[in-house]
Write a protein that binds this ligand. Structure first.
Ligand code: PEP
Ligand code: MN
Length: 346
């Protein structure tokens, strides 16, 4: 919909915008009001170049798009009935819990095996474990490919599907060949479109799920959904959106908690939302409340860092991992909120 600055366009201006939209196989339909005339774009109005050209005209106030820019992620797409199944859960029908260490310590595999068993007993359906780590400080521990074998051994021991972050094509190939069930795109790479494309291509003909974190620097809801569209456009709809806090505004929290984005995502996309409260607030003491708030806001699941002995952990674990007993209690309470939501729906 084209909204001119003046009450209506002159015949010359109509001719100019008609010329532009026809290049994109669209046409203009004036909608005449008592005071103002606006102009509907009839046809596929999603071409960004067409919108940019129209918005660049000095007599145009703005161009409002009615069609969604997301062909596949849109709530009205044929994929809207798609359900993701992982760890025995059909996401959306039961609260999905992903839990485990931020980082696997390759020098201490036993700790990870104990964490894996403990998160399973606490009620997690998917085991997370960082093999390669995106660290702000280049001298901090960057992860180790040896941890991949530890992750897979924990998968064998517990029977849980496993989730790990990949940051480049080499890691992507290693993770897929090893049998990682859920690939994590971290907050730092959620805007790395060539990586998103590579992941989409690599998982196209597999059942592998992708957990896409929200970037620290993502603003509009559509930016997050568009990042997911990059992956899904290669043919695999097993995408899970994961808000995890954006650039910090509240002194005290690691990031700015963004679990309230869930209802906004749900208005636009069918994709499930699994919130990560651990990176959002960044401190174990604050994580349970953030997790419960996320479920109250409508999340389909939670991704929580947990460790059998956080003080012996590396990466984020000493400061933000929950102990297994706190994890179990948080899952229990989160399920109560989930049940309350179902009762409200009925
Ligand atoms: C992580 O999951 O450990 C991690 C680094 O997450 P994020 O990309 O959200 O910072
Ligand atoms: Mn972490």
């Amino acid at each position: 919909m084209i909204l001119p600055k003046a009450n209506r366009l002159s015949p010359e201006q109509v001719a100019e915008i008609t010329h532009i939209v026809e290049e994109f196989r669209c046409r203009i339909q004036p909608i005449v009001g008592t005071v103002r005339t606006i102009y509907a774009i009839v046809g596929d109005e999603r071409d960004e170049l067409m919108i940019n050209r129209l918005e660049g005209l000095d007599y145009i106030d703005r161009v409002d798009k009615i069609q969604s820019p997301h062909k596949l992620m849109d709530l009205r797409s044929d994929l809207a009935t798609h359900r993701i199944k992982i760890g025995g859960v059909t996401v959306g029908e039961e609260l999905l819990v992903i839990a485990g260490q931020c980082t696997i310590d390759p020098k201490n595999p036993q700790l990870f095996y104990e964490t894996a068993q403990a998160v399973k007993e606490a009620g997690a359906h998917v085991l997370r474990g960082g093999v390669w780590k995106p660290r702000t400080n280049p001298y901090a521990f960057q992860g180790d490919v040896k941890s991949l074998e530890i992750l897979l051994e924990a998968q064998r021991r517990t029977g849980l599907p496993v989730d790990a972050e990949v940051m480049d094509e080499q890691q992507l190939k290693l993770a897929l060949d090893a049998g990682v069930n859920m690939l994590q795109v971290g907050a730092r790479n959620a805007l790395n479109y060539s990586l998103l494309r590579s992941i989409g291509r690599a998982v196209a003909d597999r059942n592998t799920a992708v957990l896409l974190k929200r970037s620290l620097h993502m603003g509009p809801v559509n930016e997050f959904i568009s990042a997911a569209e990059y992956i899904v456009s290669f043919g695999n709809p097993n995408i899970v959106l994961c808000p995890r806090g954006t650039a910090p505004m509240l002194d005290g929290y690691r990031n700015h908690p963004d679990e309230s984005i869930t209802p906004l995502l749900k208005e636009k996309t069918w994709a499930p939302v699994v919130v990560d409260p651990s990176h959002s607030v960044g401190k174990a003491a604050y994580v349970p409340a953030c997790a419960l708030a996320a479920v109250a806001y409508g999340a389909d699941g939670l991704c929580i860092e947990a460790h059998v002995s956080p003080s012996q952990g590396i990466g984020d674990d000493p400061k933000q991992a929950l102990t297994p007993s706190v994890l179990a209690e948080t899952i229990h309470q989160a399920k109560e909120i989930w049940a309350l939501r179902q009762r409200k729906k009925a």
